[in-house]
Design a protein. Structure first.
Ligand code: SF4
Length: 265
């Protein structure tokens, strides 16, 4: 067990996704800070995604953004597409409605501090909406997005740290780069989903506590089974003594964009 004086570990949705995918990968990435290199294309995409987030934040704060838009045609096209597709999100709201970009919340659960940052948070006396910008096309697999820890954790933390009932909370992803015009997916929340997430989260965190205790006794975190596809596409394959990704795999490998975290600013 972690000692009473151990600092609380801060966990984001990215950490929970990693932990669920492969505990050993969590060990390498989070505890040992062995970063997985992004290929230049993904790096460029991530930078552009970060710039879009910053732009939306500046806009929400009432700061001028025109010079940034003029300097970058991609950002300009995303912004104009989004303005056309969802004017109601960008329109000023009445004084009874709370709006904040980069809205930060934290929740202590067991020995962990669960942290979330909402790209935009809009709330009135009845309901609360979490908005998240994604600078890639709408993914075809909605179920996968629903089960991603970003969706589960963001909704869960809001319900736990506010007076809103789960049924009055929602989360909407906006995909600014979709074909035609930006598209969105909204996930409504309810008590049943909240209880389900609480159970999953507690199970995962209890496992983490055990893995951490073992790690302190020099026992590495659990690996996924040997025939797992995850190892074929993992940069830690050699370190884990698993078959390294073949050159063909490496070249063809495009990680699921949903799993690539756009850097929050
Ligand atoms: S190679 Fe396999 S076991 Fe090792 S970290 Fe990657 S996914 Fe996990």
């Amino acid at each position: 067990m972690l000692s009473e004086t151990s600092p609380l570990l801060r966990l984001s949705q990215g950490h929970l996704n990693l932990l669920e995918t492969c505990p050993r990968k969590f060990q390498h990435t989070y505890l040992e800070q062995l970063n997985t290199p992004l290929n230049p294309e993904h790096e460029e995409h991530q930078t552009l995604g970060s710039q879009f987030h910053l732009l939306m934040q500046q806009r929400e704060m009432g700061l001028p953004i025109d010079s940034f838009l003029e300097a970058d045609t991609q950002l300009k096209s995303w912004m104009s597409g989004f303005t056309n597709a969802a004017p109601e999100i960008l329109a000023p709201t009445d004084s009874q409605t709370f709006r904040e970009s980069e809205h930060y919340r934290i929740l202590q659960t067991q020995n962990y501090l669960l942290t979330v940052v909402y790209d935009l948070f809009i709330a009135d006396s009845q309901k609360a909406q979490i908005i998240d910008w994604k600078t890639y096309p709408k993914p075809p697999n909605q179920r996968k997005l629903e089960n991603n820890w970003q969706t589960r954790l963001y909704l869960y933390v809001l319900a736990e740290t506010s007076n809103y009932l789960p049924k009055n909370i929602s989360m909407t992803y906006w995909f600014v780069q979709s074909e035609g015009q930006p598209q969105n997916i909204t996930f409504n929340y309810d008590d049943i989903q909240h209880q389900k997430t609480a159970k999953k989260l507690n199970q995962l965190l209890k496992k983490l506590t055990n893995w951490l205790a073992d790690y302190q006794r020099n026992q590495p975190f659990t690996q996924v089974p040997k025939n797992s596809n995850h190892c074929n596409y993992c940069h830690f394959a050699t370190r884990c003594d698993r078959t390294p990704a073949s050159a063909e795999h490496q070249n063809n490998y495009l990680p699921n964009l949903v799993d690539i975290q756009e850097v929050s600013l």
